[in-house]
Design a protein around this ligand. Structure first.
Ligand code: HPA
Length: 272
């Protein structure tokens, strides 16, 4: 479906459903990518709402995506965690993969931290590298905005990005910075595609995030994010890639990754 206007009945249903479940009163939303769900366990006074309880919330069938919202507190601040997202390669439309972000903005999200698992294009970045997303290259060939919405040229917020870097420094975790290229998937890239992407300035490659960032920004939220390099991309790594490897690398890095997200929160809130 390609909506002609920003008015979307499914978004309205989801906003109503979020309100009915009292999903409100937070400033920061964390969207957790493949295998990165462990961060939600750090929340205190946590309350989970499964996607199945939310009218209009698309539900993924990909392994590693739990499919629930978790509302809770971290260091005295209320946050919302989206644990699991849907992807274009599953057959969802650009409007559907961005519906949750759109609805979060309607119920009060001021900052959205997008995370993902990604392939790394830099030879000096081993699996397990964390990369702050400084910018993206959207190569999925889908437009998530309606005709009557205006997108921003600068989607990725520098002040929030610096807040992530401060969090990483507080957590004593190294955080690289780079450009995320979003491809449709679901197949991994060929070595030739990876060479081409590297030539054009990409540092990491994945199959999500860019459309959500564009929509969040267009809806007035500020956006930052982190990619976990779960593997070196095709042609950089001598071994073939597998989804299990991506999930396993996510689990191995979960502690470091979650520490950065947690320690960044006060800095994110201070920047709002
Ligand atoms: N390519 C695309 N998406 C990915 C990769 C990759 O190498 N690793 C994790 N997500």
């Amino acid at each position: 479906m390609s909506a002609a206007t920003a008015q979307d009945p499914a978004v309205e249903r989801l906003v109503r459903s979020l309100s009915e479940h009292e999903v409100r009163g937070f400033d920061v939303v964390y969207v957790l990518g493949s295998g990165l769900g462990a961060f939600a366990e750090r929340l205190q006074h946590a309350r989970a709402v499964p996607y199945s309880a939310l009218d209009g919330m698309p539900q993924s069938r990909v392994a590693g995506h739990a499919g629930k919202l978790v509302l809770g507190e971290l260091a005295g601040r209320r946050v919302l965690v989206q644990q699991g997202r849907v992807h274009l390669y599953e057959g969802w439309s650009a409007r559907e993969v961005t519906r949750a972000v759109r609805a979060f903005c309607r119920v009060g999200a001021r900052a959205i931290v997008l995370t993902n698992a990604a392939g790394g294009l830099r030879r000096d970045w081993p699996a397990g590298t964390l990369m702050r997303i400084r910018d993206h290259i959207a190569l999925q060939g889908r437009a998530p905005l309606a005709r009557d919405e205006r997108g921003a040229a600068n989607v990725w917020d520098e002040a929030l990005g610096l807040a992530l870097e401060r969090g990483a420094s507080d957590a004593d975790v190294r955080l690289e910075s780079g450009v995320y290229a979003a491809l449709l998937g679901p197949s991994y890239e060929t070595p030739a595609e990876i060479r081409w992407l590297a030539e054009f300035g990409a540092d990491a490659v994945g199959m999500s995030t860019a459309l959500e960032a564009v929509v969040a920004r267009a809806c007035g939220a500020r956006v930052c994010g982190i990619s976990l390099v779960t593997n070196q991309a095709a042609g950089i790594s001598p071994t073939p890639l597998a989804h299990e490897e991506v999930v396993a690398a996510g689990a191995a890095a979960a502690g470091r990754f979650s520490a950065v997200l947690e320690r960044a929160l006060p800095h994110l809130c201070a920047a709002l």
